[in-house]
Unconditional design. Structure first.
Length: 318
C-alpha cells in the first residue's frame, strides 16, 4: 500500500489478496511503524481493509487476564491525578485504543504513532471519547518511524501499547524499545505476537509443513517471528521489568470466514515463498481450505501471545 487512499478491497471469495493482508507482506515490506530508519518511499505493510477485517478477532483474543495487573500499576503511578498518557506504536486504524481505553478508568491522552497518514486520520477520527468511568479520552497523532526511540521520546508516558508488532522486530529493535520503556519508567502492553502454532479442524497432512515454512519465512532478514515473545521476556527482564505472558489466540469459525480466507491466503503464500517446492501441493491445499471455509466447515486457532512488562517506576513517569 503506497497511497493514502488505500488499495481496492476484495471479497472473501476472490483469489486476490488484499494488498498487505495476512500475517506477512511482500518481500521487503514491514510494519507501519518500525524502530529503524526507512526510505521515504518504503511502503507500509498493512492495508486498512485487513486491519478492519481482523479487529473483531483481535479484540476477542487479547488477554483480559493482564488487565488487572495493568490497572493496579497504572493506578499507583506518581502523578496519576493528571490522567494517563498512552503511546500506541504502529497504531494502524486505532483498534488498540478502541479496545483498551474503555477498560481503563480516568482521563487518557493517547499518542498514536504510524507511518501512514491515512491510517492516522482514521485512527484519530474513530478513537474512543470516554474511558471506563466516563472520563475524557483525547488523542494526538505522530507520523513517521520511531527511528530513535529513547526515554526522552516517552517522557511523561504512563503506558506503551502495540499490537502484532513484536514479531516483525529484530532483537536489537526490541532492546531499543525495552530500554526506552525502562528509562521512562513506562509499562508496556504488547499484544498479539505470533506464537508459531496453528490448529486447523479438520486437519490435513500438509498443515505441519505449511506451518514450518511460514515460521521460517517470518524469521527471514533477522526478524524474530514466533521467537519474539520469548526474546522480549528476556530483554525486558534484563532492563528491570517484571514480565507476564498470556496466550491470546484467534479462534476463527464460520462467523469469521472472510478473515479466515484472507489469513489463509497470506499464510500459505508466505510458506510457498519460503519453500517454492511446496507450490503445487500448497495450491491444492489452499483451494480445499478455502472451499471448506466458504462452506462453514473450517475452524482455525491461530496462537498469539500477549506480553505485559511492568517497568520500575522512575521520577519521569507520569
Amino acid at each position: 500500500m503506497s497511497d493514502a487512499s488505500g488499495p481496492e478491497a476484495h471479497g472473501a471469495d476472490s483469489d486476490v489478496v488484499i494488498l498487505g493482508a495476512g500475517p506477512t507482506g511482500r518481500p521487503g515490506e514491514r510494519a507501519t511503524v518500525r524502530l529503524r530508519e526507512a526510505a521515504p518511499d518504503d511502503p507500509p505493510r498493512y492495508a486498512p481493509e485487513w486491519l478492519e477485517l481482523r479487529e473483531g478477532a483481535d479484540a476477542a483474543a487479547r488477554a483480559h487476564d493482564l488487565l488487572d495487573p495493568l490497572r493496579i500499576r497504572l493506578a499507583n503511578l506518581p502523578g496519576r491525578s493528571g490522567g494517563l498518557v498512552i503511546h500506541d506504536l504502529g497504531c494502524g486504524t486505532g483498534s488498540m485504543g478502541r479496545w483498551l481505553a474503555p477498560h481503563l478508568d480516568g482521563a487518557q491522552h493517547w499518542v498514536l504513532h504510524d507511518r501512514d497518514p491515512y491510517l492516522l486520520h482514521f485512527a484519530a477520527v474513530a478513537s474512543p471519547r470516554s474511558s471506563a468511568d466516563g472520563s475524557r479520552v483525547t488523542v494526538e497523532t505522530r507520523r513517521g518511524d520511531v527511528g530513535r526511540l529513547t526515554p526522552d521520546a516517552l517522557h511523561g508516558a504512563s503506558l506503551v501499547t502495540a499490537s502484532a508488532l513484536l514479531d516483525v522486530l529484530t532483537r536489537d529493535e526490541i532492546t531499543t524499545l525495552a530500554a526506552a520503556c525502562a528509562g521512562a519508567g513506562c509499562t508496556a502492553l504488547l499484544t498479539l505476537s505470533v506464537a508459531g502454532r496453528v490448529e486447523l479442524t479438520p486437519s490435513d497432512p500438509l498443515d505441519e509443513e505449511i506451518t514450518e515454512a511460514f515460521n521460517a519465512h517470518q524469521k527471514r532478514t533477522g526478524l524474530l517471528g514466533p521467537d519474539a515473545a520469548t526474546v522480549a521476556v528476556e530483554v525486558f527482564s534484563e532492563h528491570g521489568a517484571t514480565v507476564q505472558l498470556h496466550p491470546s489466540p484467534w479462534r476463527l469459525g464460520p462467523d469469521e470466514a472472510a478473515l479466515t480466507a484472507q489469513w489463509l491466503r497470506g499464510w500459505v503464500g508466505a510458506a510457498v515463498e519460503q519453500r517454492p517446492e511446496l507450490r503445487e501441493r500448497a495450491d491444492r491445499y489452499l483451494r480445499e481450505r478455502l472451499d471448506a471455509c466458504a462452506a462453514g466447515e473450517l475452524r482455525v486457532v491461530v496462537h498469539h501471545t500477549d506480553l505485559l512488562a511492568l517497568a520500575r517506576p522512575t521520577g519521569g513517569a507520569s
